[in-house]
Design a protein around this ligand. Structure first.
Ligand code: SF4
Length: 391
């Protein structure tokens, strides 16, 4: 049955929806729990128990006289005529359930707090696409008003399903997220290194949410907290103060003598090219970092274990005193060393073709530099790292 949106001049093409018996039963259950004067509200109409007749119902539609004395059969017919709005209520009130991150996320996917049911059902019939990190989520509606979600890697947009490895169980995502494209372990789940080639073709609302939570743990919860104005952020200094045991060493690096070192940490680890979260933590409550937090959809509320562990390494390295070394380099060699560091830091090494000897980080160029400048012990320019090692 069609249920056109009464509020728009150009009516969206709403797909035909049959009212499933579980949705009707859920309405009857809800009515059974209502006080006689209460109403069960849907978009644009409400139903309730008719206080004037036993086992009868009332239907109230904006702008019309109420219809009273409806039998269960009449009520079913009336709700079937409005099946999109009834199934929409059923999906979010009964299938998705309680208020919280899951419900907010699934409603966000189809803009359920902004668009009318008719607009959304018309869009769902075509497929509503949303990005979440590297995930591409496509929401659709069945002819019974149920939601279905297809989730795949954003890089696989447009790839026929048959060419992707299909999974039904959202927990299969634990294997999907473990390794990157090259088979390396992914210590940071929000790093943009999710491998492609898989699809979860037809998930229900709860499974779709569980899949997203498995791929990007706690991202929906923190996104939801932020939307509710409730995101509790733990800044760097506070987070470091909490470190104990071996990680306590970081506190020695954080002596309150400026925060340049924290800028370097954030630039190294939290940049959009390295992590899909938007860094909301700063140096402390009063001191923002100079580097940008990024454009990620979901926030990062505290330094993660990867950052803490890397900072611990840097703490050790940064405790060394600088020394002056003397090397002789041609201008091109100096620039080449800079190009090598840049290419490694940006993860571009694999993109540099063997034949492209214009690139400083080209493998042959690097091998030539090593052959020319390193001694047998691997010292640049034959200069030992520790002067005591000099013969
Ligand atoms: S601390 Fe940085 S790297 Fe770690 S999750 Fe947050 S934004 Fe990402």
């Amino acid at each position: 049955m069609n249920d056109a949106d009464p509020t728009t001049a150009e009516e969206p093409v709403v797909p035909d929806i049959d009212l499933p018996s579980d949705a009707f039963d859920a309405v009857l259950d809800a009515l059974g729990d209502l006080a006689p004067d209460d109403r069960l509200r849907f978009e644009g109409f409400a139903v309730g128990r008719d206080p004037g007749a036993e086992d009868a119902y009332v239907l109230e539609t904006a702008g019309d006289d109420p219809r009273t004395g409806l039998s269960e059969r009449d009520l079913h017919a009336a709700l079937d005529d409005r099946a999109p709005r009834v199934t929409d209520w059923y999906v979010f009130e009964r299938v998705v359930g309680e208020f919280g991150p899951r419900r907010a996320f699934l409603r966000w996917i189809e803009d359920a707090d902004g668009a009318t049911v008719a607009t959304r059902y018309a869009a769902l019939a075509e497929g509503i696409e949303r990005a979440w990190g590297q995930l591409r989520i496509t929401a659709t509606v069945t002819d019974r008003g149920e939601r279905r979600y297809e989730v795949r890697h954003a890089d696989d947009a447009g790839v026929p399903r048959a060419e992707l490895t299909a999974h039904d169980d959202p927990l299969d995502a634990r294997d999907v997220v473990k390794l990157d494209e090259k088979g390396r372990y992914r210590p940071l789940k929000t790093a943009p290194t999710l491998h492609s080639g898989w699809v979860f073709p037809e998930l229900g609302p709860r499974d779709a949410y569980e899949l997203v939570e498995t791929v990007y743990p706690a991202t929906v919860a923190n996104w939801h907290r932020e939307r509710e104005g409730d995101l509790d952020v733990t800044h760097w200094r506070e987070a470091m103060a909490r470190q104990s045991g071996i990680y306590g060493v970081i506190k020695t690096w954080d002596r309150g003598e400026g925060y340049e070192h924290v800028n370097w940490v954030a630039e190294a680890c939290c940049d959009d090219s390295q992590c899909l979260k938007r860094r909301e933590w700063q140096y402390d409550d009063e001191t923002d970092l100079d580097v940008d937090g990024g454009d990620g959809l979901f926030p990062c509320r505290e330094p993660c274990s990867v950052v803490v562990s890397a900072a611990r390494r840097w703490t050790r390295l940064e405790s060394e005193q600088p020394r002056t070394y003397e090397f002789e380099l041609t201008p091109s060699e100096k620039e080449q060393l800079e190009a090598v560091v840049d290419a490694v830091a940006d993860g571009r090494i694999d993109e540099i073709r063997e034949a492209d000897t214009k690139e400083g980080a080209n493998r042959y160029r690097a091998r030539f530099l090593r052959a020319k400048l390193f001694d047998d012990a691997g010292n640049l320019g034959g200069v030992p790292t520790d002067p005591d090692d000099a013969e």
